[in-house]
Design a protein around this ligand. Structure first.
Ligand SMILES: Cc1cc2nc3c(=O)[nH]c(=O)nc-3n(C[C@H](O)[C@H](O)[C@H](O)COP(=O)(O)OP(=O)(O)OC[C@H]3O[C@@H](n4cnc5c(N)ncnc54)[C@H](O)[C@@H]3O)c2cc1C
Length: 308
């Protein structure tokens, strides 16, 4: 069992920012991630709404964040957290790479893509259906692809795919996009993108790999098949909170409720970033949460020491 004062689960923007503040307060901090640092920023190709960077590639932005971390002597460790338990001695954190005992924990594990839940989706996942354009887009160079969704992620990634694929069709089940107006306007001007609004995807077809996306016009009820070798699903996200089940900090929607100090209802357990219950999930809001969570955790640890 490895002991530490503060354990941060997740090395995305929220976890990295929290680690920096905790380290600067001279706390013994461990940052765990089941993957390379960067979180979901790495699932996009370009960011143009992060202060001070203008338009920057996601890879470069993450590299700068990681350099910042390393310059302060913070090394993230590999570890998929499986469960967290509160005991009298602190939080017992079970991972697939050793167990930890921490006096305080910050959960910064973000979200993962929600599946669409229609027939054929599971059959063609990885055989044409993807949830990450920047990871898989290149496999569809010169091919026809469909993007499902109408929010910021769907439209940003459609723009990216339009530069690679032969054609991009966006299928959105509402009459209007929910993405930022400027982004939606840019998409409408792109000659390589066609748009179907008020249209539901009802299935995926093909032999061994994806060949078509079946859609239904929600106004007329007419069904048709869009020929496509690739389909990218952006219809929302699930919180990554299964490992918190025993703590009682997770709400019925799976997100973690926190107060203004990013403290959950469990003393010593904080949360930051996309994993929390909130309206706006962005890099900017994640790092703000991370800073607040770390400062609150530092205060909690200092108060704990005073009562010893
Ligand atoms: C396609 C796409 C495009 C986007 N574009 C933009 C944009 O242009 N601008 C913008 O501001 N935001 C954008 N976002 C949103 C932004 O990426 C997120 O708001 C931000 O990454 C949230 O940071 P986070 O640290 O809370 O979570 P995440 O970035 O999701 O990081 C969570 C980390 O926790 C780790 N983790 C999860 N579970 C475990 C576990 N059990 N054990 C150990 N580690 C675990 C994950 O591996 C991950 O590294 C985009 C998101 C997507 C999906």
């Amino acid at each position: 069992m490895i002991h530490c004062e503060l354990l941060i689960v997740g090395c995305g923007p929220a976890g990295m920012m929290a680690a920096i503040y905790a380290k600067r307060a001279d706390k013994d901090v461990v940052v765990l991630d089941r993957s390379t640092p960067g979180g979901r920023v790495l699932s996009t190709y370009q960011v143009d709404n992060y202060l001070g960077f203008g338009r920057v590639s996601a890879e470069e932005l993450v590299a700068k964040m990681v350099t910042h971390l390393r310059d302060l002597g913070i090394e993230d460790r590999y570890g998929k957290v499986l469960a967290i338990d509160r005991t009298d001695a602190g939080f017992r954190v079970l991972t697939d790479n050793g167990d930890y005992l921490a006096l305080a924990v910050i959960a910064a594990t973000g979200t993962k893509s929600k599946p669409l839940g229609v027939p054929g989706e599971a059959d063609f996942a990885g055989k044409g259906i993807s949830y990450c354009a920047v990871c898989d887009g290149i496999f569809f160079k010169g091919k026809d692809v469909v993007v499902i969704g109408g929010g910021d992620s769907a439209l940003e990634e459609s723009n990216y795919l339009a530069g690679i694929a032969k054609s991009v069709v966006i299928v959105h089940d509402l009459p209007e996009f929910t993405a930022a107006a400027g982004l939606a306007a840019r998409i409408r001007r792109n000659p390589n993108i066609r748009i179907h609004t008020s249209t539901a995807v009802i299935g995926f077809t093909g032999d061994r790999v994806l060949e078509g996306v079946t859609i239904r016009d929600k106004e007329t009820g007419a069904e048709s098949v869009l020929p496509a070798q690739g389909a990218f699903v952006y219809v929302g996200n699930f919180p990554e909170t299964g490992y918190l089940a025993k703590t009682g900090a997770v709400g019925s929607d799976g997100f973690v409720a926190v107060d203004r100090d990013m403290h959950t209802k469990i003393p010593g357990l904080f949360a930051a970033g996309d994993v929390t219950k909130k309206d706006f999930r962005l890099i900017a809001t994640a790092i703000s949460d991370g800073a607040i969570a770390a400062l609150s955790a530092v205060k909690y640890l200092d108060d704990l020491r005073k009562t010893e």
